[in-house]
Design a protein around this ligand. Structure first.
Ligand code: PAF
Length: 284
């Protein structure tokens, strides 16, 4: 497995692979890899000739007062995990090489970036789309793999990829959960045992929402209420938002015609956690 730190080295590596007729599967990450990332890597491994993983804690997607400084960084461990999954190259750039002094270009997907998480994290998705656009330019993948836990991020990246004709196949991958239901996230490591227990209310609320939807509920008010009631029982949970939204526009909806995205963001102590489920009528 190669570890490449300079963007131009990464691009040269990818060009060589493309010249040899190899397809490139790409998994962009900020490191602190867990089973969720591993499932993306395994899928990329199955569907491509070579696999590239980027490990870069992207400063432009963190707002003032957010956890950029304390975000877990454990490159040696991450690299070993990549090697065990037969990753071909890890791209691990320095912030100065991604954002030199005279960097002036940002990519923003309008409207979608200001909904849901974008309300309490202004500028966050602009940072995400900027770095993903740069990573796509550097790595030049055929396919890129993203987890559904970050559903809004995925919708926004799909739109950027389409609007800017980037030509990458974006592959949606299911959220990976701990056996007790907690969605895997690098930020789970911040939680104390007591906080982690309370965090289970998030997946419980989404599950209950899904059960009511499956039982025929199509009005979003009762779905929002049931999720709110479950979260309200936990003393240390502060709700950022609970939403049932159109899965393409991310606008709140009052009646579900077909599919919808039920999404939750909460603070538990200083930790912000998100999760979601897609509400989709069962076939047959
Ligand atoms: O989902 C993440 O880990 C990050 O937002 C991403 C896509 C790697 C961009 O920094």
């Amino acid at each position: 497995m190669e570890i490449l730190r300079k963007p131009e080295e990464m691009t040269a590596w990818s060009k060589r692979a493309a010249r040899e007729g190899k397809t490139i599967g790409f998994v962009p990450t900020m490191g602190a890899l867990h089973e969720g990332h591993m499932s993306l890597i395994r899928r990329a491994r199955k569907e491509n000739d070579v696999v590239v993983v980027s490990i870069f804690v992207n400063p432009t997607q963190f707002g003032p007062g957010e956890d950029y400084d304390r975000y877990p960084r454990c490159f040696e461990k991450d690299a070993k995990m990549c090697e065990a999954e037969r990753v071909d190259a890890v791209f691990h750039p320095a912030a100065e090489d991604m954002y030199p002094e005279d960097h002036r270009t940002f990519v923003e997907v309008c409207e979608l970036s200001n909904r849901l998480c974008g309300i309490s994290r202004p500028g966050h998705f602009r940072g995400v789309t900027t770095v993903v656009a740069k990573l796509f330019g550097i790595v030049r993948p055929d396919r890129a793999y993203f987890g559904m836990k970050d559903a809004q991020q995925l919708v926004i990246i799909e739109r950027m990829n389409r609007d800017l004709c980037m030509g990458v196949q974006i592959v949606r991958c299911e959220t990976v959960r701990e056996p007790d239901g907690l969605a895997m996230s690098s930020r789970n490591t911040y939680l104390s045992a007591a906080e982690r227990k309370q965090a289970l209310a998030i997946s419980r609320a989404l599950k209950e929402c899904e059960a009511r939807f499956d039982a025929g509920e199509r009005k979003t008010m009762p779905l929002l209420k049931v999720m709110g009631d479950i979260l309200a029982r936990e003393p240390d949970i502060e709700v950022d938002y609970i939403a049932v939204a159109d899965p393409i526009t991310l606008d709140d909806i009052s009646t579900i015609e077909n599919e919808a995205l039920a999404a939750i963001a909460v603070y538990i102590g200083k930790t912000r956690l998100i999760d979601n489920v897609t509400l989709r009528p069962k076939k047959g």
